[in-house]
Design a protein around this ligand. Structure first.
Ligand SMILES: CC(C)(COP(=O)(O)OP(=O)(O)OC[C@H]1O[C@@H](n2cnc3c(N)ncnc32)[C@H](O)[C@@H]1OP(=O)(O)O)[C@@H](O)C(=O)NCCC(=O)NCCS
Length: 145
């Protein structure tokens, strides 16, 4: 669990939350980041600010080697490569109709790798059809200088 509450600097008010609940998400196998803000705080750039900061912090954390079973669509296989070692990805999930969230992901350098339609199981929209998209980003290249 690597999850944060987000407060407005000027007022100290709690405006949102974000981060991840597990290092291996049920959707893609990779760590998956999510976020949510109070409606009154939308449109102020907070999601973009949070996600940019989270991403920088996430990739700066120490690593150890591990094995994960991941969605193969989240990975670019090099033609002819049989290497089982693949660079780490950070993933995110968005309702394609959630234009704001998709924009935040694109602005913070995530790329869409999958899209599928299923049945929504959230309380407010239970049973309705929903189209979701998977997004991923690769770990930044290490500066060798
Ligand atoms: C989606 C959400 C996180 C966006 O938060 P936010 O703080 O308003 O996002 P930002 O202000 O950083 O950026 C949103 C961008 O999308 C744009 N946007 C938002 N809604 C839009 C819409 N309906 N149509 C077009 N653009 C839209 C904004 O103009 C902004 O773009 P800009 O930076 O070019 O001006 C927020 O609406 C939210 O918490 N929603 C409920 C929970 C949720 O959907 N979480 C995401 C689950 S993946």
């Amino acid at each position: 669990m690597y999850h944060f509450l987000i407060f407005e600097r000027d007022t100290g008010e709690l405006v949102g939350k974000g981060g991840m609940h597990s290092l291996s998400s049920k959707h893609f196998g990779w760590p998956e980041v999510g976020y949510s803000f109070k409606q009154a705080a939308w449109g102020k750039g907070y999601a973009t600010e949070f996600l940019s900061g989270f991403i920088d912090n996430w990739w700066s954390l120490p690593r150890k080697e591990t094995e994960l079973e991941v969605d193969p669509r989240s990975v670019d296989f090099e033609a002819g490569s049989s290497s089982p070692t693949i660079g780490e990805r950070l993933t995110a999930l968005a309702d394609v109709k959630n234009v704001g969230s998709v924009k935040v992901l694109e602005k913070t350098r995530f790329s869409k790798f999958s899209e599928w339609t299923g049945i929504d199981n959230r309380a407010a929209s239970m049973g309705q059809e929903i189209t979701l998209a998977g997004f991923s980003m690769a770990a930044p290249l290490k500066d060798s200088s």
